[in-house]
Ligand binder design. Structure first.
Ligand code: ZN
Length: 191
């Protein structure tokens, strides 16, 4: 198990457009080991997702997983996925308010908009093409990670900077109201 260092906001790699992964590169033991380490690092940090640029690797890869996550108690379960060269496409224009945090932006959360329903196309770690439709809060997780591959951080999308808060502040002042909205979304979309 290899835990990688998560780089913080301000590091140029978080602002770069990441490079696609070639089929040959994906098949190498070294790259497969990197994918294992990316997943291990996400789990160790209790992230709902982690993108390669967040560990200093400018490649178009991210992983997502949610199982009773203490950082995000209202997030629905999401089985582990490792997405290589993913593309995200909104299925409708409808958006929901998403209170987000990021392992690369320590102790800050803020409110932004995410599409309610998306289609995500990617290559899995074995090299197979996958197309999935994702809805609700889980769709927000995929959009957050996809942004990392294009050098975008959630703070760039926060519409009202007065919603920015520490994690303590979120729990104290925002979590109750937000968790109710989140539950309504999860009920509607089952995700
Ligand atoms: Zn992030």
């Amino acid at each position: 198990m290899g835990i990688l260092d998560v780089v913080p906001i301000g590091e140029p790699v978080l602002r770069a457009v990441a490079q696609p992964v070639t089929d040959d590169e994906l098949a190498t033991p070294g790259f497969q080991r990197f994918l294992d380490d990316l997943v291990d690092t996400m789990r160790a940090a209790h992230g709902a997702g982690l993108a390669a640029p967040q560990v200093g690797i400018s490649r178009r890869v991210f992983c997502v997983e949610v199982h009773a996550n203490p950082r995000y108690p209202y997030k629905p379960e999401l089985d582990l996925r490792v997405l290589v060269n993913p593309e995200v496409r909104p299925l409708t224009n409808e958006t929901f308010p998403s209170y987000e945090g990021c392992l690369s932006v320590p102790d800050l959360r803020g409110l932004l908009s995410r599409h309610c329903e998306i289609e995500v196309s990617y290559t899995d770690r074995e090299g197979n093409g996958v197309v999935e439709q994702v809805r609700g809060l889980s769709a927000g997780t995929f959009q957050h990670e996809q942004d990392h591959l294009d050098g975008i951080l959630f703070v760039d999308r926060v519409e009202d900077t007065r919603t920015l808060t520490t994690w303590d502040g979120f729990r104290r002042w925002h979590e109750q109201a937000y968790a109710a909205e989140a539950r309504a979304l999860v009920e509607r979309f089952g995700a």
